[in-house]
Design a binder for this molecule. Structure first.
Ligand code: BG6
Length: 486
């Protein structure tokens, strides 16, 4: 089983009774910035951006086309024993060739926006140096069709496919990778910002550092010690910060920069003031080396104290770059990490889930819809964030087609309905979440799980590449059409 991380959310300081909602004083500013709902308790604000997300290595295939170089995932997935059944992303969804058909699926759903990622090794096949002249051709073709369909693109610049030649020089262990990433990010945003308004530097820093360099379950498959991992984390957030600066320098004026972060979604174990306060503290501390340092430009005292001699080596200039102001925060939410107040120095305890706690088809995916209320609420409160997106939310399911070829994924529908109910609760209180991206548009290459786990709302027959909408696609289409859950 792949060990994963929880990500979550905050509060009922608010009397959230139907009709009259009284906001606490800190939420007053948030409410002003948030788009207005239409007054119906089950609806989302007008203009809410309904989207879906994918990532380059998980869907594109075509790994040797148009000058693409190898990424760490090509090497890792071709290494025996690293992925389920030896599955690779060589073909994946063949989206590189079938993007028009996939954009038609988006149109059929009524999507307002689509989150995709650019493969760094297509643009710079060795990671640095001279750009591949064909490197952005695919994205240019895809963006033109997407925009013609009236769908707004959101672009992630790093969804884990590091060029292998950079890994050969130490990958994220090497500080130079942060600089190389910034150069690539600035170059790409400079070319695409005539059509893309929102760029996310990185997807889930915690996952690619801790799984890639901590427990070795993801590429490049290393198991570093505490100090080594802390330094990798530091280089990754530095790469993010330098990329923010490079994008601002190279992209068209008005371009917005953020990231897609998988927070530890600190969620009060139940909603009473002391646990809410504990969850607020946990949100900062448990994310100290990711969103907290990015928002505050410094590591928390407790984080550094906890690491002791294993603390990363840093400079004041690096810390300043890491804290570069971002325009929006994207949050990937799958699970909730429950928190309760205790009398410790930290002021909170992370509550371990009992073996009987329910989960979805992936064992790591425990069910915690409240996270979709608390994560944006706490992030908004702690760092006064005015623009947020749920950049991923979704689930795996067994997805066995019926004899007639239907995929009646009632478990995914249940999951999405419950999570969206909590998101609706947040936006109705004025939490400024502007959009939501369902993970994923279609079944794809799920990293170490290969093709075994399906997260799509469209079923993909990987033998024929035929796409079939699941029941969850019908559900999501209805949500989008009504801009709400009723
Ligand atoms: C998210 C990633 O964390 O989880 C996606 O950003 C991924 O890329 C999704 O596909 C599901 O995770 P997994 O590990 O079960 O495939």
């Amino acid at each position: 089983m792949t060990t994963r991380f929880s990500r979550r959310s905050f509060a009922q300081l608010v009397g959230a009774t139907a009709g009259a909602v009284s906001l606490p004083s800190w939420a007053a500013g948030l409410a002003q910035d948030a788009p207005k709902t239409d007054g119906n308790g089950r609806h989302f604000p007008q203009g809410f951006l309904w989207g879906s997300a994918t990532a380059s290595y998980q869907v594109e295939g075509a790994v040797n086309e148009e000058g693409r170089g190898p990424s760490i995932w090509d090497i890792f997935s071709h290494t025996p024993g690293k992925t389920h059944g030896g599955d690779t992303g060589d073909v994946a969804d063949d989206h590189f060739h079938r993007y028009k058909e996939d954009i038609q699926l988006m149109k059929d759903l009524g999507l307002k926006c689509y989150r995709f990622s650019v493969a760094w090794p297509r643009v710079f096949p060795t990671g640095t140096g001279v750009a591949n002249p064909k490197g952005l051709d695919f994205y240019n073709r895809m963006l033109d069709v997407l925009l013609a369909a009236g769908i707004e693109p959101f672009c992630t610049l790093y969804h884990w496919d590091l060029p292998q030649p950079l890994e050969d020089k130490g990958g994220w262990r090497n500080r130079d990778t942060a600089k190389a990433f910034a150069d690539y990010a600035g170059y790409t945003a400079g070319k695409l910002s005539d059509r893309v308004k929102h760029f996310m530097t990185m997807n889930e820093i915690r996952t690619f550092t801790e799984l890639g360099y901590g427990n070795g379950v993801h590429a490049p498959g290393l198991k570093l010690d505490k100090k080594g991992l802390a330094q990798v984390n530091h280089h990754a957030v530095l790469g993010h910060g330098l990329a923010v600066q490079a994008i601002r320098a190279k992209a068209k004026a008005g371009t917005k920069v953020g990231l897609a972060d998988n927070l530890t979604t600190a969620t009060p174990v139940f909603e009473v003031p002391e646990h809410i306060e504990a969850a607020t503290k946990a949100m900062r501390e448990e994310n100290a080396m990711y969103l907290t340092v990015i928002q505050e430009g410094r590591y928390t005292d407790l984080y550094l104290k906890g690491l002791g001699a294993a603390a990363p080596t840093t400079t004041p200039e690096e810390m300043q770059a890491i804290g570069s102001k971002i325009d929006f925060v994207g949050i990937n939410v799958y699970t909730a990490s429950f928190v309760r107040a205790d009398g410790s120095e930290k002021g909170y305890e992370m509550v371990k889930q009992p073996a009987s706690y329910p989960h979805m088809f992936s064992e790591w995916l425990s069910i915690g819809p409240e996270a979709l209320y608390w994560a944006p609420k706490l992030v908004g409160k702690i760092w006064n964030v005015k623009e947020m997106y749920i950049t991923e939310n979704g689930t795996s399911s067994a997805d066995v087609p019926t004899a007639e070829g239907k995929i009646l994924d009632t478990d995914r529908v249940m999951y999405l309905r419950n999570y969206l109910t909590q998101l609706q609760r947040a936006v109705s209180e004025g939490v400024p979440v502007h959009g939501y991206f369902c993970w994923s548009l279609m079944d794809n290459y799920e990293w170490a799980d290969g093709y075994e786990k399906r997260f799509g709302i469209h079923y993909v027959d990987f033998k024929t590449q035929k796409r079939t909408p699941k029941l969850s696609a019908e559900f999501y289409k209805a949500v989008i059409a009504r801009n709400g859950l009723a």
